[in-house]
Design a protein around this ligand. Sequence first.
Ligand SMILES: *[C@@H]1O[C@H](CO)[C@@H](O)[C@H](O)[C@H]1NC(C)=O
Ligand SMILES: *[C@@H]1O[C@H](CO)[C@@H](O)[C@H](O)[C@H]1NC(C)=O
Length: 365
Amino acid sequence: MLSFLNYLTPAVLSLLLATPYASATPYIQRRATVCNGHAELCDKSFGNVTFVGAHNSYAVGVNNLATNQDYDISQQLKDGIRMLQMQAHNQDGTIQLCHTACSLYNGGTLQDYLGKVKTFMDANPDEVVSLLIVNSDNLAPSLYDTVFKAAGVDTMSYAPDSASLPATGWPTLGSLIDSGKRLVTFLSTTADFTAVPYLIDEFTNIWETKFDVTDTTFDCEVDRTKGDSSTQMYLINHFLDESLAGVPVPNKDQANVTNSASGVGSLGLQVSTCATQHGRNPNFMLVDFYEFGGGSIFQVAADANGVTYSPTTPIATPIADGASASTTSSGSSNSAPADFRIAQSQLYAAFGAMLCVVFGALTIL
Ligand SMILES: *[C@@H]1O[C@H](CO)[C@@H](O)[C@H](O)[C@H]1NC(C)=O
Ligand SMILES: *[C@@H]1O[C@H](CO)[C@@H](O)[C@H](O)[C@H]1NC(C)=O
C-alpha cells in the first residue's frame, strides 16, 4: 500500500484522503496478469471457461459408501478443483452438509466449510472459485446469507447484474479477480435475486446432464434446466455409480478410468461428445475421487481451455478402498488388504441395514 501511495501525485492523494468513502475505489484497481493459473484465461468470460468440480466435495472418507471424495476441500482447491458442489440440509436450524440425510453422513456445518474456502481464497487472490449448493431442504436465501456473512465470504461473492445470464454475458475472470468478487455461488432452489443477488439461481443459468448414471455412455442430453439450454452455461455430471441393492453408490474401482482423458467412459470422451453435440465445451465437470487418474481431469480441462497443464507439485495420491483411511497425507499402501476387505463387506452390510432403517422410516411416514 505504501509503495502504491508513492506513485500517486500529491493532488490525487489529497483527493483520496479528502473523500475516503466516495471515490477511493476507482484509483485502487489492480490488473490481474494470471487468472486461475493462466494468463490466457484473464480475458476469457467466466462463461467460456471449463472448470473441474468436486461432486459432493464435503463427503470425504475412505471405505465409506456415503462418500465421494478422499481428500477434503482444502486439498481439492490446492490441487485445482474450482467448483465445489455440496448438499445443504437443515439440522435443527443449522445448515449442515450431509449426504442424503444427516444420519447417513454429516460433513459438518456450512459455516466451517466456507471458512476453509475463505482461507484458500485469501491465500490465492488470483483464483475464481464457484460453489454449487444443492438446497435439499429449500432453505431461504436469507439463511445462507447469514452464514456467508458469518464466514466472511459475502464480501468476495459476485452478484451479477441480473438474475440470469447467457454464457456469453458473464464477466471475464480478470475482471472478477480485479473487483475482488471472485466467489461465484449457485443455489439449486429458492434463489431470489432481489433478496440476495450473489446467491445465483442454478437452473436458469446452468443446465445439467443426468447424474447417478451406472453405464459408461455418459450422454450429453439436457436433463435438468429452467432456461434456454442453447445459451446457458452447462455442467456435466461425470461420475459413475454402481447399483447396490438398487441404490446407486460411487463406483470407485472404475474411478481412474472414469476420470481418464480418453477411452470408453472417460471424462475426455464425454467432453468431446458434448462439444460436438452442443458446439462448445462444458463449463463445469463434476467428478468423484478427483485424484484418481493422476491429474487427468485437470489435463482435460486444460485442453478444453487451450492452456498447458503443468502442476508445480504432484496432486494428492489416490486412496483405494481397502487402503489406510488417512485423508490428510498421501495414501499409505502398507496396510493388510485382506483385513480391510472384511471391513468393507461389513460396511456394505451396515450400509444396507441403515438403508432399511431409512426406507422403513419412510414407509412409516
Ligand atoms: C486403473 O487402475 C487399474 C488398477 O490399478 C489399472 O490396472 C488400470 O490400468 C488403470 N486404468 C487406467 C485407465 O488408468
Ligand atoms: C469457449 O469459446 C471457444 C471459442 O468459441 C469454444 O471453442 C469453447 O468451446 C468455449 N468453451 C466454453 C466452456 O464455453
